[in-house]
Design a protein around this ligand. Structure first.
Ligand code: GUN
Length: 298
């Protein structure tokens, strides 16, 4: 039997349709959600993510404004670009595309964001609120995964979920959100990482395996039990001279080998990626609403 393919593109389209209606309503009250995008350097993958986020924003009526700085930009220049977005009244959400060319700057740059505009949910104040279950912006990839599972009719409550990877952007917040008691959570969660022993055993004991390690072939077919659900967060470029671009994208899981074994799996591309973008739009609409409460209640 072949796995059900979880179509992130289709689910994200559905969410964008719902958000387009919300944007129409906000505009009827004189509010146009605005997203400030900060890209530092010319990393090809980051450039293409940012372009996709800007295009998706425009399609549902969100205004986006990009600041593009050279890879050589100083921390002062980056902080000044963040500050300009913090002050801009027509910008409700700010996206600083990561990684920055100098990743040691990330902590200071993320802390400089106005937490009310931090639509990635990366500011320490918002991470703290998320952990405590207070209203805040949930990071886009973890929230996208929770929405994808819910909208695919795969409730995680009570299941054993293995999160492979502990990054600040995906693995750690996802493991927290999955374990919390709310409509999209209440799972039993194990987090594994480069220091974990016996990955095979952990994976075989899991109902849902979410791979977010950034390395191809992290999850091989022998590791998943028949009937498991696999969510692949990885986007890795591998050289492929037969492809027009000279490369193709693969995930962190061995998709072709897992397909006949598992119950459901996300493709790469077309799985988690579009969901991340949809949840960024969701958070931006929410930020615009939060910042215009008096106007909207009139
Ligand atoms: N880099 C990889 N994923 C993300 C994300 O969700 N947000 C930002 N800002 N940068 C990223």
């Amino acid at each position: 039997m072949s796995a059900r393919i979880l179509d992130g593109k289709a689910i994200a389209r559905e969410i964008r349709g719902e958000l387009a209606e919300e944007v129409r309503q906000l505009k009827a009250h004189g509010v146009t959600p605005g997203l400030g995008v900060l890209l530092v350097g010319d990393h090809p993958a980051s450039r293409s993510y940012v372009t996709a986020k800007e295009k998706a924003s425009a399609e549902i009526g969100i205004l986006s404004r990009e600041t593009h700085l050279p890879a050589s930009a100083s921390v002062k220049e980056i902080l000044s670009a963040v500050d300009a977005f913090n002050r801009a009244e027509d910008i409700h959400g700010i996206l600083v595309q990561l990684p920055l060319p100098d990743s040691s700057m990330e902590r200071d740059v993320l802390q400089a964001l106005n937490p009310d505009k931090d639509v990635d949910g990366f500011h320490p104040v918002n991470v703290g609120k998320m952990v405590l279950g207070l209203p805040t912006f949930w990071p886009c990839t973890p929230h996208g995964i929770l929405q994808m599972l819910k909208r695919s009719g795969i409730p995680v409550a009570g299941l054993h979920v293995l999160v492979m990877g502990r990054s600040n952007i995906v693995g750690r917040p996802l493991s927290i959100l999955l374990s919390m008691k709310h409509a999209l959570g209440n799972a039993t969660v194990t987090v594994c990482h480069t220091g974990s022993r016996d990955l095979c055993r952990l994976a075989r004991e899991s109902d849902i395996i979410i791979v977010a390690t950034g390395s191809p072939h992290t999850l091989t077919a022998d590791m998943a039990r028949p009937g498991a659900v696999v969510i692949d967060v990885g986007v890795n470029r591998v050289e492929d001279p037969t492809h027009p671009r000279g490369y193709r994208l693969i995930g962190d899981a061995d998709y072709e080998d897992l397909l006949p074994r598992v119950a459901a799996i996300t493709p790469v591309p077309g799985g988690v990626g579009p969901m991340t973008i949809a949840m960024l739009l969701h958070n931006t609409v929410q930020a615009a609403r939060n910042q215009n409460r008096p106007k909207l209640e009139r």
